[in-house]
Design a protein around this ligand. Structure first.
Ligand SMILES: O=P(O)(O)OC[C@H]1O[C@H](OP(=O)(O)OP(=O)(O)O)[C@H](O)[C@@H]1O
Ligand SMILES: Nc1ncnc2[nH]cnc12
Length: 172
């Protein structure tokens, strides 16, 4: 059985010099490993009465939608700008290699709905922070967050509140 760690490919100098890109596509292509990955991602939230799983476009969608199915919860997409029809709310953020904005439909959640936030990678923490900000604007109750990969050198966890659980499966 191949470990999840061995199915993440390190690609030097992509998408720009100095960045080591952690490529999840070998993991996704291995059905058994992908299933184990989803099982491990949902495990901390079993019994937490999660009503919705919010995924960050685009790689976050892959994991969040599968988790929502396992948890018997809805799936809510947090999208890049201009993809969702109005009315939307937005939050801006900086990336390891650029800047961007996340948007969500204003009517996507009921106030107080219990949500888990999901993305593939925690790098500088800007994306997850913006997603948390957006969920706050929407009135969600943030139960916690899950990522597949945490890039420790970039210290993204420092931007995350200590009293909200943030689980990472793999650390580099
Ligand atoms: O912690 P941060 O520094 O904010 O970086 C993490 C984000 O960067 C990547 O997204 P990207 O914008 O490259 O989009 P993609 O999922 O569409 O490839 C990744 O999927 C995370 O969402
Ligand atoms: N180094 C990296 N590898 C893969 N996805 C990323 N998102 C932000 N930084 C990344």
């Amino acid at each position: 059985m191949t470990s999840l760690e061995n199915l993440i490919r390190a690609v030097p100098d992509f998408p720009k010099p100095g960045v080591t890109f952690r490529d999840i596509t070998p993991l996704l292509a291995d059905g058994a490993a992908f299933a184990r990955c989803i099982d491990a991602l949902v495990e901390p939230w079993q019994g937490s009465a999660v009503q919705a799983v919010c995924g960050v476009e685009s790689r976050g969608f892959i994991f969040a939608a599968a988790m929502a199915q396992k948890l018997g919860a809805g799936f809510i997409p947090l999208r890049k700008p201009g993809k969702l029809p109005p009315p939307v709310m937005h939050a801006d953020y900086q990336l390891e290699y650029g800047t961007d904005r996340l948007e969500a439909r204003v009517d996507t959640l009921r106030a107080g709905e219990r949500v888990v936030l999901v993305d593939d990678v925690l790098a500088t923490g800007g994306t997850l922070g913006a997603a948390r900000n957006l969920l706050g604007q929407l009135g969600a109750e943030l139960v916690g967050a899950s990522v597949v990969i945490e890039l420790l050198a970039l210290q993204g966890r420092k931007l995350w509140p200590k009293n909200v659980p943030l689980h990472a499966l793999l650390h580099y």
